[in-house]
Design a protein around this ligand. Structure first.
Ligand code: HEM
Length: 397
């Protein structure tokens, strides 16, 4: 069974095999998921990278496939909202991909991202001061709600024209989508999630037809309405929910790393190095999928065409062949930046600079606060093939 093991996996591998610390996971392993579908799980950094970059052998077509097959009732609900996810970005191995990607990359250009830094820093500073004041009264605070949940969406809305919907509605839709497509579910839950995702899809469809900015550029380039909706759909989910999750994962990790926090405060540790080490050790996207396009072999294992391949990005970041101290948070250590948290190859994340800027800003502003708190309730993570989805992170002083 895949999912439940993600969180414990790094510690479960410790001390097994010759020499302690040796990985008990083989480079590739056949594993069955919760509905009995078999996947090829790839754990080694070099093999994960190979699959991500060999575009002719391994295709991205299954990237957004529902891991729990949808029952007819849920499919009907989605169809009633005219829900479709044609190949656009992450699931597009076709000829239209480079053009769509280039338009999205323009909207997220590093200079446009850098121009948001001061605005975000000021906002985070205000939030940190408010949280600090609350902590001083002896009350607990939720760092996920205060410093992670909405910030990436607020920044994204300044970079890309989005439908005029309340932040809470977008967050609910994005989390519903991550659950509907990547979680083990029963049929009642699928039905409820399909209704929620379908409702918002309708909002996106209307915006795609008339909206400006990226939507208008995609229309002007001749992309059909479904593609515009698909691109907006993916951007609204991937472009903010992942970074929210990462901010909470990183803050939680840092509360257990006092030496790193002290280094940040005295300037001996660089914020950028902390972010990279965080991405390596606590990636919000634990796995990503590809499908074999042809019969091939990987790590000595035969891989028939059509095999679903689950790339364990989080595990690859702890591959002892790549990094000196795989399980330790050591900013700047050899191999720290070679993680695959953003994927690799033709589909490598186009929001990486944005996510890095957001994380660096939050870490720089929140480090003094994090140094003085005690964890009251760590984040909880629901079962999910791919995303971490923390719920809350309660701390006190
Ligand atoms: C810490 C935060 C993030 C992580 C860990 C992350 C990770 C990923 C991963 C693993 C992929 C698939 C790469 C592959 O198939 O090789 C991806 C694709 C993508 N990400 Fe991110 N992402 C993050 C934040 C963002 C942000 C902030 C945006 C945009 C605002 C974004 C937009 C995209 C897009 C558009 C793609 C599809 C690219 C393509 O198929 O050409 N991501 N991301």
């Amino acid at each position: 069974m895949l999912f439940r093991s993600w969180e414990q996996a790094p510690t479960a591998t410790r001390g097994t095999g010759a020499g302690g610390g040796v990985d008990r996971w083989p480079g590739v392993a056949r594993v069955a998921d919760h509905v009995g579908v078999e996947h090829l799980l790839v754990t080694r950094h070099a093999l994960v990278r190979r699959v991500l970059t060999e575009a002719e052998t391994y295709r991205p077509d299954n990237a957004l496939d529902a891991v729990t097959p949808m029952p007819v009732a849920a499919l009907r609900t989605l169809a009633a909202h005219r829900f479709r996810l044609p190949p656009t970005l992450a699931n597009n191995g076709g000829a239209s991909h480079p053009g769509i990607r280039a338009l999205v990359a323009d909207a997220l250009h590093p200079t446009r991202v850098a121009a948001q830094r001061d605005w975000l820093a000021a906002l985070v500073r205000r939030r940190v001061a408010e949280l600090d004041a609350t902590l001083t009264t002896g009350a607990p605070v939720d760092l996920h709600a205060g410093l992670a949940a909405d910030l990436p969406l607020l920044v994204l809305a300044r970079l890309v024209e989005l439908p005029d919907a309340p932040v809470a509605a977008v967050k609910d839709f994005a989390r519903a989508a991550l659950e509907l497509f990547w979680a083990p579910l029963d049929t009642d839950r699928q039905q409820a999630l399909a209704a929620e995702v379908g409702r918002f899809h309708r909002v996106l469809r209307e915006f795609a037809a008339t909206g400006g900015g990226l939507a208008a550029s995609l229309r002007a380039a001749g992309h059909p309405p479904d593609v515009v909706v698909g691109a907006l759909f993916f951007l609204l989910v991937a472009g903010q929910e992942t970074t929210s999750q990462f901010l909470t994962l990183l803050m939680h990790r840092l509360t257990g790393e006092p030496a790193v926090l002290a280094g940040l405060r005295d300037g001996s540790v660089a914020v950028a190095d902390v972010v990279e080490e965080g991405l390596r050790l606590e990636p919000p996207i634990v796995t990503w999928r590809r499908v074999a396009a042809v019969d091939t072999t990987l790590g000595g294992t035969a891989v028939p065409a059509g095999t679903s391949i689950v790339l364990w990005l989080a595990r690859a970041g702890r591959d002892p062949a790549m990094v000196d101290s795989p399980d330790e948070f050591r900013p700047g250590q050899r191999g720290s930046r070679r993680h695959l948290a953003f994927g690799a190859g033709a589909h490598r994340c186009v929001g990486d600079q944005l996510a890095r800027m957001e994380a660096a800003t939050v870490v720089a502003e929140a480090a003094p606060l994090l140094a003085g708190v005690r964890v009251l309730r760590p984040p909880r993570y629901p079962d999910n093939l791919t995303f971490r989805m923390p719920d809350a992170f309660l701390v006190g002083r």
